[in-house]
Design a protein around this ligand. Sequence first.
Ligand code: AMP
Ligand code: GLY
Length: 424
Amino acid sequence: MKVLIVGGGGREHAIAWACAKSEKVDKIWCAPGNAGIAEVAECINIGPMEFDKLVSFAKENQVDLTIVGMDDPLVGGIVDVFEAEGLRVFGPRKNAAILEGSKAFSKDLMKKYDIPTAGYTVVTSPKEAYDFLETAKFPIVLKADGLALGKGVLICEDQEAAEAGVKEIMEDKKFGSSGNSMVIEEFMTGREISVLSFVDGKTIRIMSSAMDHKRAKDGDQGLNTGGMGNFSPSPFYTDEVDDFCRKYIYQRTVDAMAAEGRPFVGVIFFGLMLTEEGPKVLEYNARFGDPEAQVVLPRMKNDIIDVVEACVDGRLDQIDLQFEDNACLCVVLASDGYPLSYEKGFPIEGLDTFKDKTDEFVFHAGTKFNEKGEIVTNGGRVLAVTAVADTLKEAKAKAYAATERVSFANKYMRHDIGHAIDEI
Ligand code: AMP
Ligand code: GLY
């Protein structure tokens, strides 16, 4: 089978790596890919939003299956374009990817179908927002409606901060048109858990849980990022939490989407918060998480192609999804300055020390080859150094030891990924 993967980050490297392990796969292309993905796939110079070029490529090269890793093309309707051309593709159609593409849509869906989430209101003008804030309870959370690279969420301690936030999102359009409307949401407290799932429109299969570290600095300080590291499974995802979510969140979401005439096929990522009142949905994403994919896929026993094809064909009920009884932790090596401004183009040393290892991986996020053929930094998040072990504690020690083998100018990482592991 010939597979095309759309995207070029650490998540897509993990997907490509999982596909490369499948006996069914003879050839993998990745658009645009990166220097690490190039070890398992042929990278092609087509951007993820160049749908016409991607379709032509898939046709010319008789691609059997396209897997879309990123949110932007999914929300932009890449699946509809591929399907219209008779091409086999894994991911939600545009009318289902809206689950991630519009926070107002997802909040209204949860309200309509009684799926636990924070109380909220949707505003479509700055005046409406300022009026609402007059009588609101603080802290409060402001969310730009559309995609904003995980950065369109502001937690505001008081009315003054919230008013400044409304100005930023809705008037100054700091996150572009995604701030044309906004969700204003009740502030919740509790531990966060990421749960990824495969969905075929009707059936849902839950993957093992993960725990992300979204803030840039140690001690969960600093700005929100795409994720600075994470681990799987989360020890806080107990059987009790699992039972609750199966009963009130997972299947209910899939059924709600089907009832709305928007059957969801692909990966639903449930961002959950364990509040005192029970688990609640913080957000949905319509794709694998990054870096959640890097710690969940190495633990999956199934052949990824079997599961993906079962989703596309609507027979996921026949799949017994299984995970190893082990643990995985990844530490993101970033460029100092991320998520704001940073320099790139620095050569990376030590990548060869991961060759032939079966329990330590380095998934590439922002890397490329320079004109001399060296692998250099090419983004905010550069690499995800990942280790698998019997326990979370061992995985953590192994991953951190492995980070020392990799060096580049302006290397930055958090030193406390997995701190929650030491609390249990
Ligand atoms: P989101 O992009 O919706 O996941 O939001 C990014 C981060 O903001 C989440 O991972 C939480 O840490 C935080 N957050 C979002 N919504 C809330 C909320 N209602 N209460 C508290 N924190 C929140
Ligand atoms: N790591 C969070 C995300 O992929 O959105």
